[in-house]
Ligand binder design. Structure first.
Ligand code: SAM
Length: 373
């Protein structure tokens, strides 16, 4: 089927987006040349029609690299002894959050290696409450702290966090177990259940995958997009897989596609999802910028609408290397802001400062229903 025929299905602007079949998604994922340009143009038009040219910021606080898991792709996995483990102090976290507020970011995202012990979960509850005290709750809070019990997720929600990002990493169970150890700590069903719990509790729930993993096929990627749609999530984060030398998946580095190809495939994933889910928030992940200096702008130009500038104190950043050569590790926050404004203006976009930047898809779905009398 010609790509133009598939893209012609994309109607003027229904909030629920275009229904694409798996075959159609696979054809779009394989698009090249003029076809790929048509896809990217359509995705940008769709985003501008639904969300305008605004980019929302989440000041990223990489709270700790202490992790109890051993994901086969991740540099901070518990079995990597080659770097120093850290956890920010309460004061450092609050300083980062205050800085986000001063810079007008509107929201922070607290991310960490995965722990679920009581000290950790209590500490997060405390930190969320403290961040909420800044200027009377003016900062939105996204958490990305891995798999937790329903009770923990509820406590954090009640403390004031309202968005949660938990990538499924691979919606195909077989692939999931090729990139995670098969043991009680890494369980596909548990991860799925966590996403369902977050949705049920009322979080703006985000998920996502890495693109270009060893063993991953276009079938898998098409299924990932259908999975996001089926779960009706409010946010998605997708970025290219970047092999890390201290991880088991490094051994496949010569069998995966080039960094440029993984980047292009990521852009196609973002563009196609924008057609399918026009009003969700989509992150232009730092991994994009790591494989391509213009990677975040490219992601924004094909449908992403969120950027997470790093606010972690510089001395800790090089120990939060989930993948090597991570972008912006040496940047200072004020440099980062000027750089972002200029880079986004160059592609016709602008930051919406001092706003939470919630997912329009979520807000509409949960808006109180008015009845006509
Ligand atoms: N532990 C939390 C969790 O599991 O959701 C949050 C932190 S985790 C380090 C953040 C994300 O980094 C993961 O969801 C994964 O997709 C991404 N990531 C880890 N290693 C990566 C790699 N080698 N290349 C690209 N992305 C990677």
């Amino acid at each position: 089927m010609p790509i133009t025929k598939i893209l012609n299905k994309v109607g003027p602007s229904t909030s629920s987006g275009t229904s694409l079949t798996k075959e159609e998604i696979k054809l779009l994922l394989a698009a090249e040349g003029d076809d790929k340009k048509l896809l990217f143009d359509k995705a940008l038009q769709t985003k501008l029609a639904h969300l305008d040219n605004y980019v929302h910021l989440r000041g990223l606080i990489e709270y700790s690299n202490i992790c109890t898991k051993s994901c086969l792709y991740c540099g901070v996995r518990s079995k990597n002894p080659n770097f120093t483990r850290y956890q920010l102090s309460d004061e450092e976290v609050i300083e980062c959050a205050k800085l986000a507020h001063e810079l007008g970011y509107g929201s922070v995202a607290l991310q960490s290696g995965e722990r679920s012990d009581k000290d950790f979960t209590d500490k997060i509850t405390h930190l969320v409450k403290e961040i909420k005290k800044i200027d009377n709750g003016s900062l939105g809070i996204t958490l990305s702290l891995g798999e937790q019990t329903e009770e923990t997720y509820r406590r954090w929600f009640e403390a004031g966090a309202h968005r949660y990002l938990l990538r499924i990493e691979a919606s195909n169970e077989d692939l999931y177990y090729k990139i995670h150890p098969r043991d009680e700590k890494h369980n596909f069903q548990t991860r799925l259940n966590c996403i369902d719990t977050l949705l049920k509790l009322g979080y703006q729930t985000g998920t996502g995958v890495m693109v270009g993993l060893p063993f991953q096929t276009l079938d898998d990627l098409a299924d990932d997009l259908l999975f996001f749609k089926q779960k009706d999530v409010a946010m998605v984060g997708m970025g290219p897989f970047i092999p890390h030398p201290d991880t088991p998946l490094w051994q496949y580095k010569d069998q995966i596609s080039s960094a440029e190809e993984r980047m292009e495939l990521t852009l196609k994933m973002i563009a196609i999802l924008r057609l399918m889910m026009p009003e969700i928030n989509m992150v232009a992940a730092t991994a994009n910028q790591t494989v391509d200096p213009m990677g975040r702008e490219k992601a924004i130009a094909v449908g992403a609408n969120v950027i997470m500038p790093n606010l972690t104190p510089n001395e800790f950043r090089e120990n939060y290397l989930i993948y090597p050569d991570k972008a912006c590790v040496k940047d200072k926050p004020d440099q980062c802001q000027t750089c972002l404004d200029v880079r986004l203006a160059a592609i016709g976009h602008k930051v919406l400062y001092n706003a939470w930047g919630d997912s329009v898809a979520f807000t509409k779905k949960h808006a109180p229903k008015t009845t006509c009398v």
